[in-house]
Design a protein around this ligand. Structure first.
Ligand SMILES: *Cc1c(COP(=O)(O)O)cnc(C)c1O
Length: 383
């Protein structure tokens, strides 16, 4: 057994990151300013997006996107239940109704066909998720969206660096990224909304800072009293320069992080291949460049003769951390009570929700760490 606990995720922070943050502190300007603007530019270039807005979190980005699309009472928003709670909570908070699309059993992603079956006259937006870092095939979804006049906001929290047919996630349409410490790059907390829709971009820029249309830095650099007026009530979702400086130095290492994640994921695939109780997700097809945010497996609970929760506890007991991405949103208490969905309506989501588990994956892991995880799994299943 390992002496040291192996977490399922750990941010990869360097002395260079620390220098980058220290420089901001020394400058005396710590909130949104030149670093946030530069981070937006560099990120926009990296992803090939039309425009990018740096925000306090990925959740803030999803919130602003839904707000900018005027999602409100009487509207439906179609999204998977096999996702993080962010988008669904925001849909409910906006007074709208989440309509859950089931996912494919082995990719955990929605398809255009499944989405189409969930649309109605009430549908105001679609929020698909690039799960675990695998790039969705957006072509069919985009043509569905434009045929029905329904905007799509991609939850790309897992998918920084992912590409399909060479096209990066975020370069077309509207997509929201997250820089939470578990994600592929971190700013502590933070997010980025990318869009090629000028109107949406303008509205999000305005809404992110009190609805003023200008942020603190604009006013300072203009060297005059704040003349900006509230154009519509907005939020306080701007990213600080402290976070942006960290984002800039993390972004410089994105390619290195992605390559390492990929190596480790391929090693897992190879070493887990002969464990019949462990079912990885579908490997990426030949058109996909996977961002490997998570390494998700499903436990065959019948063959293993134990529940996923016990499996995770046993791994924890031998110093292997795991994650749960995700317990289906409709199975959380609030949603069970307020938006009950008959069991069996989302069969693939429910099947996975009981079996899913994320193994440790982060760039600083070693091949020995992967070996420890695989050995611990074999040991756990033998007992
Ligand atoms: C992390 C995550 C988010 C939210 O990002 P935050 O930056 O934590 O607000 C949204 N959706 C998914 C699928 C995520 O994993």
């Amino acid at each position: 057994m390992r002496n040291e606990f192996l977490p399922f995720s750990r941010p990869c922070l360097s002395a260079e990151d620390a220098d980058s943050v220290r420089e901001v502190l020394a400058s005396g300007w710590v909130t949104t300013g030149p670093k946030a603007a530069l981070f937006e530019d560099r990120f926009r270039e990296a992803v090939g997006a039309g425009g990018a807005v740096a925000l306090a979190s990925g959740t803030a980005g999803l919130h602003l996107a839904l707000k900018a699309l005027d999602v409100g009472p009487g509207d439906d928003v179609v999204t998977p239940s096999m996702t993080w709670v962010s988008a669904v909570n925001l849909i409910v908070l906006a007074g709208a109704r989440p309509v859950f699309a089931d996912v494919e059993r082995d990719s955990l992603m929605v398809s255009a066909e499944t989405l189409e079956g969930c649309l109605s006259d009430r549908t105001k937006a679609i929020v698909p998720v690039h799960f675990a870092g695998a790039p969705l095939d957006m072509d069919a979804m985009r043509s569905l969206g434009s045929r029905r006049g329904i905007p799509i906001v991609e939850d790309a929290a897992h998918a920084l660096g992912a590409r399909r047919r060479g096209v990066p996630v975020g370069s077309r349409g509207s997509a929201v990224f997250s820089f939470h410490p578990s994600k592929n790059i971190t700013t502590g907390e933070g997010g980025m909304l990318c869009t090629d829709d000028e109107k949406l971009l303008e509205r999000v820029r305005r809404l992110k800072f009190h609805g003023l249309g200008k942020d603190a830095y604009d006013r300072q650099s203009q060297g005059r009293a704040p003349l900006a007026e509230v154009l519509e009530p907005g939020f306080k979702y701007n990213m600080t320069d402290i976070a942006a400086a960290l984002g800039l130095s993390q972004l410089r290492r994105l390619a290195e992080f992605s390559a390492r994640r990929r190596e480790l994921a391929l090693l897992y695939l190879e070493r887990l291949a002969d464990i019949e109780e462990i079912l990885p997700l579908l490997p990426p097809d030949s058109n996909a460049e996977h961002a490997w945010h998570l390494f998700v497996v499903r436990l065959d609970i019948n063959k293993a003769g134990l529940s996923r929760d016990v499996f995770m506890e046993r791994l924890r007991a031998v110093n292997i951390g795991t994650g749960l991405h995700f317990k289906a949103v409709h199975l959380h208490r609030y949603y069970r009570e307020h938006l009950p969905i008959p069991p069996g309506s989302l069969p693939n989501t429910e099947w996975n929700s009981e079996r899913i588990c994320s193994l440790p994956l982060f760039p600083d892991m070693t091949e020995e760490d992967v070996g420890d995880v695989v050995a611990a799994i074999k040991e756990t299943l033998k007992r």
